[in-house]
Design a protein around this ligand. Structure first.
Ligand code: CP
Length: 366
């Protein structure tokens, strides 16, 4: 088939992936300060389980290293050469497993991939504790997704390798939150400043129930770290109590104004960042959504607002937004490769493999 290039949109011409949407330049995150390698080194050998493990400075340093990876050819220095990453996915995934695996392969590491629990001894009744013991001999780092919130604890019973939580049931999805904030900070790098101007502060809308949905749970926890840049959070949910006691306490103790509504149309015209979610997917079934939980190109969006979505999407996010400047969700998904590279370089302490460039170094131990 011959592609008609004249039909390409301006956005497609301007971004490296040829996809629709907004693709902010990652160099905006690298303009002022160097990357603090010592801060990143605090992750060496550590498991990444929850967004609670991060402070704002750590999120910023990971995003800056990811920006450098996106903007340069660091991969040529083979930072993960000789390392084996086990991706153990006991629940379906498009983006998380493939972006982790792409991240490893592009840095010259190797992958042992478990795309489904049914290809392991779990299919015969084997315990996760025993599988964790086996992983110790097979790799250097484990990335696990599971349908059960408590699966991480079971795996770590015998596991002595660092573990990255790639989504545990209704618990958390901390690397998704890093990818989310990487996209937001590329779009508006002023949000990293403590002394941000009032007019640059954002009103953040979150569609979903953070108390029971892992992506928005981790995203909300990480968003509370950016209290200087977030002036208000509106949660759009059909649940009476979408937060649960833990998150409600956290958000109430922050200085950020917040509200809960059950209709996105009540708040959309004031939102700067809208974090959509697949709230229609319920276990093995789908429920129909009405217009209170849907966004499309005819919604009353602010001119310069952006839309995020961890994807996969259903009909809450109309594809007619894909070709607009509101679409930050494709860059959010594409940028996840660089965020996961930055995280794995940090956890595996491979800073000595990075090129010794001025922009990188704030210490002389590289
Ligand atoms: N964002 C996300 O977790 O997508 P997948 O389920 O495709 O991994």
């Amino acid at each position: 088939m011959v592609t008609d290039l004249s039909t390409q949109t301006k956005a497609q011409e301007e971004n490296p992936f040829g996809s629709d949407g907004l693709y902010p330049d990652p160099k905006g995150l690298l303009e002022k300060d160097k990357i603090d390698i010592e801060k990143l080194r605090s992750l060496s050998g550590k498991s990444i389980i929850s967004a609670n493990q991060f402070d704002k400075e750590l999120v910023l340093e990971i995003c800056k290293l990811a920006a450098l990876l996106e903007a340069s050819q660091i991969a040529e220095s083979h930072p993960l050469d000789g390392k084996i990453v086990i991706t153990a996915f006991f629940e379906p995934s498009t983006r998380t497993r493939l972006s982790f695996e792409s991240a490893v392969l592009r840095l010259d590491g190797k992958i042992l991939s478990i795309p489904s629990g049914m290809v392991t001894g779990v299919a015969k009744g084997e315990s996760l504790a025993d599988i964790g013991e086996m992983f110790n001999a097979y790799g250097d780092l484990v990335v696990m997704r599971h349908t059960e919130t408590g699966a991480l604890e079971e795996l770590t019973h015998n596991l002595r390798l660092p573990l990255i939580n790639a989504g545990n049931g209704s618990g958390e999805h901390p690397t998704q939150a890093l990818a989310d904030w990487f996209a937001i900070l590329k779009w508006k790098s002023q949000l990293k400043d403590d002394a941000i101007k009032k007019e640059d502060q954002i009103h953040l809308g979150i569609l979903g129930s953070p108390g029971s949905m892992r992506a928005v749970n981790s995203f909300l926890r990480m968003s509370l770290l950016f209290k200087s840049g977030v002036r208000k959070i509106s949660i759009v949910s059909e649940m009476a109590d979408p937060l649960g006691p833990d998150l409600e306490k956290l958000i109430k103790n922050s200085s950020i104004e917040f509200e809960v509504t059950n209709d996105i149309n009540d708040v959309v015209s004031d939102l700067d960042v809208i974090y959509m979610n697949s709230i229609a997917f319920l276990g093995d079934s789908y429920k129909a959504l009405d217009s209170r939980y849907k966004l499309n190109a005819d919604s009353n969006l602010k001119e310069d607002s952006v839309v995020l979505h961890p994807l996969a999407r259903l009909d809450e996010l109309d594809p007619n937004l894909d070709g607009t400047h509101h679409n930050l969700y494709f860059t959010q998904a594409h940028g996840a490769v660089f965020i996961r590279q930055a995280l794995m370089i940090s956890v595996l302490n491979r800073f000595d493999r990075l090129p010794k460039r001025d922009i990188l170094i704030n210490n002389n131990k590289l």
